[in-house]
Design a protein around this ligand. Sequence first.
Ligand SMILES: [Zn+2]
Ligand SMILES: [Zn+2]
Length: 284
Amino acid sequence: MTLDFGTHSSASGGVDKALERAVGVGATSCQIFAKNERQWRAKPLDPLVVERFHQERERTAIRQMVVHDSYLINLASPKEEIHEKSMVAFADELERCDTLRIQNFVTHPGAHTGSGIEEGIRKFAESLNRIHEQLPHVTAVTCLETTAGQGTTLGRTFEEIAAIIDQVEAKERMGVCLDTCHIFAAGYDVRTPDGYLTVMNQFDKVIGIDKLRVLHLNDSKMPFASNKDRHEQIGVGEIGIEAFRCIVNDIRLAGLPAILETEKDPQGEYDRKNLALLRGLVAV
Ligand SMILES: [Zn+2]
Ligand SMILES: [Zn+2]
């Protein structure tokens, strides 16, 4: 048993369209945006689209799904207007997960934009506590994504992720998404089997491997510890193939949705190639 390999799939034309696209490139899990990721407001999900989405889920072999949040959301923002908009948008995303019966909601832990790491973490966690209170029925787990550490973004260390979860009351509603490109850019060296083991043991010690629910598999265009987030096709970037061999054979991660967020071509060839490459690394 290995990972449940998948890809970020376009939901253009309706979220129901994303599943067939994912199947078309050979994915068995997939990630979508549940609304336009670059706009604050979005129309509610059309009930007919939702119905077709559930039918597609039955028809295709795609079982594990992930929603990625909009890039605009910043629950750690000290600016009241942005924070308020973020609260509304975040709650809306969680409701969409509920409607679509998607259990994993991946979110970036935001940016403190000058208020400081500690204050940013406090604000982020407090916001989640408020949202959890507002939405007691939602069962989707919020998965904090590890970040590359660009600018004032939070989540560049395992300690920052752990500190957020620590301050959230409903811990069962919290998980983690580990992005290989981001942790590498943030200074976690997974290029060798020894390095990989050290980093994952650190993750387990600081956060707990049982919190890990989603993987983002991306190589990196940028060098180690650059704090820059630029995804590269698997095996040809600065991380290299060995790290991915370690991940797909790590028994502790077996069964997790492992999502490609690498550049795509219109025919889906890049995704197909990356998925075949990853599956080929699994030791038999
Ligand atoms: Zn990612
Ligand atoms: Zn990224």
